[in-house]
Design a protein around this ligand. Structure first.
Ligand code: NDP
Ligand code: 2IT
Length: 450
């Protein structure tokens, strides 16, 4: 579909021409540019600053070879990436993803979205993202360590505590961050906050592990309270994924009085009508690094179903996709609506396809887009950076209170922007525009070279 504004149409066509065969990146750019239609109408002077033409082009894109030796002595080669997308409001900041599906398109969509998400947190962080097509599944700790060391040997040339600060994402947790931090320190002889999500004994922040999932629930709780005077108490919740975000989203949902009945991984989903037992999930996923199907073998009365997409056929009040991009399509969104879903909020990045988002908005479902709803992880990374700079650490209560406050503010920024630009309640548009305004202003005042 063409844009209403010929200017936005032109920007999009340039991006399309420059980035052929990058569907995820184009999907993310299109959604943001669509949100700018009312901005262009209300503030046409923004066109002259060229900020929109500039913001869709990464400041820097780094691709590199990562070679390492596996446990059989065989040389393996993977591809590493880092996109340094925008540094207008702070050092580049964003996670690293290790997954076989990682490619330039995936890294660029994630890096692009990170610009707006980081701005929404109110903290001084630019947008970046990186990763590798390395698959951590089934690898020994030794293999993971050697891969991480090789990856950091190159990445260390491009990052720094005041330049670019990576963290975790899919396939990258405390174990991988530890190996990468150790290698950076070895290479540079510097103990600095160059990564976030570190272990608590060497500069990590309390609550960073829980932050994305907790933040998602703080955001969603505020959304349902302010938009429909609702709470989580007694609600049935479906959460996809069973990694870092899904686990701590489940924990907070349960604390708020909801019943979480389903979780998944890329192979299938579990349904437990009595409510998921999180200690069992944590043992399976965090300790044993095993498959979610194990849950059904251990918990009587629960079921395992092959195929992860079936999770959206479960009747629920609130759905929280927390696995990966494009995991929820238009038909699945319609199933959720037909089953009476009241709210959907994205813990994963871009989990809903454009068709799914349209179904939710058209049916008046409260919808929290990823850039707003999952910003709690990077926000707490920002708090980790602040603690590292001050050589000080806050208590869990202090960090949690700051996170809570940030998520509430993000909801209101997005909601207010949706109202200001004439689409009250459309938080997709509101989040994109609210995130953009601060970055656009900083870019304008800093002149045209990036
Ligand atoms: P983890 O690696 O801890 O867990 C990922 C989960 O998603 C696993 O259950 C995994 O299943 C599932 N998954 C991954 N890829 C696919 C796929 N192609 N199809 C179906 N399921 C899949 O990652 P996180 O929990 O950290 O990340 C989940 C999402 O949240 C991602 O979109 C990430 O970008 C986003 N996010 C993460 C933040 C963080 O701080 N960690 C912050 C903000 C957003 P399996 O084990 O089978 O692969
Ligand atoms: O998508 C994300 O916001 C993250 N993976 C967290 C990034 C970070 O720097 O903490």
């Amino acid at each position: 579909m063409a844009f209403k504004s010929a200017y936005l149409q032109g920007v999009y066509e340039t991006v399309e021409k420059r980035n052929p065969n990058e569907p995820e990146f184009l999907q993310a750019v299109r959604e943001v540019l669509e949100s700018f239609e009312p901005v262009i109408e209300k503030k046409p002077e923004i066109i002259e600053t060229g900020v929109i033409d500039r913001i869709v082009e990464p400041e820097r894109f780094i691709q590199f070879r990562v070679s390492w030796v596996d446990d059989n002595g065989k040389v393996q080669v993977n591809r590493g990436f880092r996109v340094q997308f925008n540094s207008a409001i702070g050092p580049y900041k964003g996670g690293l993803r290790f997954h076989p599906t990682v490619n330039a398109s995936v890294i660029k969509f994630l890096g692009f979205e990170q610009i707006f998400k980081n701005s929404l947190t109110g903290l001084p962080m630019g947008g970046g993202k990186g990763g590798s097509d390395f698959d951590p599944k089934g690898k020994s700790d030794g293999e993971i360590m050697r891969f991480c060391q090789s990856f950091m040997t190159e990445l260390s040339k491009h990052i720094g505590a005041d330049t670019d600060v990576p963290a975790g994402d899919i396939g990258v947790g405390a174990r991988e961050i530890g190996f990468m931090f150790g290698q950076y320190k070895r290479l540079r002889n510097e103990f600095v906050g160059v990564l976030t999500g570190k272990g608590l004994t060497y500069g990590g922040s309390l609550v960073r592990t829980e932050a994305t999932g907790y933040g998602l629930l703080y955001f969603t709780n505020e959304m349902i309270k302010c938009m429909k005077n609702e709470t989580f108490e007694g609600k049935t919740v479906v959460i996809s994924g069973s990694g870092n975000v899904a686990i701590y989203a489940t924990q907070k949902a349960q604390q708020l009085g909801a019943k979480v009945v389903a979780l998944s991984d890329s192979s299938g989903y579990i349904y437990d009508k009595n409510g998921i037992q999180l200690d069992v999930v944590k043992q399976i996923k965090e300790v044993e690094r095993a498959r979610i199907s194990e849950y059904a073998k251990r918990v009587p009365g629960s079921e395992y179903h092959e195929g992860c997409r079936g999770i959206w056929s479960i009747k629920c009040d609130i759905a929280l996709p927390c696995a990966t991009q494009n995991e929820l399509n238009g038909e699945e969104a319609q199933m959720l609506v037909d089953n009476g879903v009241m709210a959907v909020a994205e813990g994963a990045n871009m989990p809903s396809t454009p068709e799914a988002v349209e179904v939710f908005l058209k049916n008046g479902i409260m919808f929290g887009p990823a850039k707003a709803a999952n910003a709690g992880g990077v926000a707490t990374s920002g708090l980790e950076m602040a603690q590292n700079s001050a050589r000080y650490s806050w208590t869990a209560e202090e960090v949690d209170a700051k996170l809570h406050n940030i998520m509430i503010n993000i909801f209101h920024s997005a909601y207010n922007a949706s109202e200001e630009f004439g689409q009250k309640g459309n938080l997709v548009m509101g989040a994109n525009v609210a995130g953009f305004m601060k970055v656009a202003d900083a870019m304008k005042w800093q002149g045209v070279a990036y």
